[in-house]
Design a protein around this ligand. Structure first.
Ligand SMILES: CC(C)(COP(=O)(O)OP(=O)(O)OC[C@H]1O[C@@H](n2cnc3c(N)ncnc32)[C@H](O)[C@@H]1OP(=O)(O)O)[C@@H](O)C(=O)NCCC(=O)NCCS
Length: 179
């Protein structure tokens, strides 16, 4: 579950309420790049994490979900929410995965996905599910490289300015750490 860094391995930790303001900053910065790219606004997607408050972080945890984080220099640099699906027995969902743009391309995202899959598998789940912006092909390719498979593609949820793909990681399979 570790990625090797010059100062030692990065680790995923479960974050409590005192870290919510840091998580909020990561979510806002992390999803701002997507907002710009795909034309998301407060009008067409008011619940997008860019527009969240600390109260929304607490609500995401209360679904319930575990709030996972990776720290760099003792500050939260990446986060993800993982918990049981409310729609499907035996399935967990990964939501709001974000890495601060300053800390991308160092394996933090992959580490968070790996740890989320481990939490789901430890609970006996058979799959870890995500919903992504379908037009974000780079993201989709990345998840496919980690072992996720498409389960539905191009669903529209007006007024969202993008369509949504759902992907699942079968938990009998492990995330491929070699890429
Ligand atoms: C997706 C994300 C979490 C990956 O974080 P990361 O720490 O950079 O991930 P890793 O270092 O493990 O892997 C990097 C790879 O992610 C892939 N990737 C996925 N989305 C990407 C994006 N929007 N821009 C650039 N690379 C992206 C690339 O293949 C990249 O490979 P590279 O480093 O060779 O360029 C991060 O890009 C992010 O926060 N994006 C915005 C929020 C988002 O789309 N979250 C997903 C919600 S389902």
């Amino acid at each position: 579950m570790d990625a090797q860094e010059p100062d030692g391995p990065l680790q995923v930790v479960t974050l409590g309420a005192s870290r919510y303001p840091e998580v909020l900053a990561v979510l806002r910065a992390g999803f701002d790049t997507v907002r710009e790219q795909f034309g998301i606004t407060a009008q067409n997607n008011p619940h997008y994490p860019v527009y969240w408050t600390v109260g929304d972080v607490a609500r995401a945890v209360a679904r319930p979900a575990r709030l996972l984080g990776v720290e760099v220099d003792s500050r939260v640099a990446g986060c993800a929410f993982v918990g049981p699906s409310r729609r499907r027995e035996g399935c967990w969902e990964l939501r709001h995965l974000a890495v601060d743009p300053e800390h991308r391309h160092r394996g933090l995202g992959r580490l968070l996905v790996t740890e989320a899959a481990a939490h789901a598998a430890a609970d006996g789940a058979e799959a870890l599910r995500i919903g992504i912006v379908a037009e974000n092909r780079r993201l989709s390719d990345w998840y496919h490289g980690l072992g996720f498979v498409d389960v539905s593609c191009g669903e529209s949820y007006p007024p969202l300015p993008f369509t949504v793909d759902h992907l699942e990681l079968p938990l009998a399979a492990k995330v491929d750490m070699s890429i």
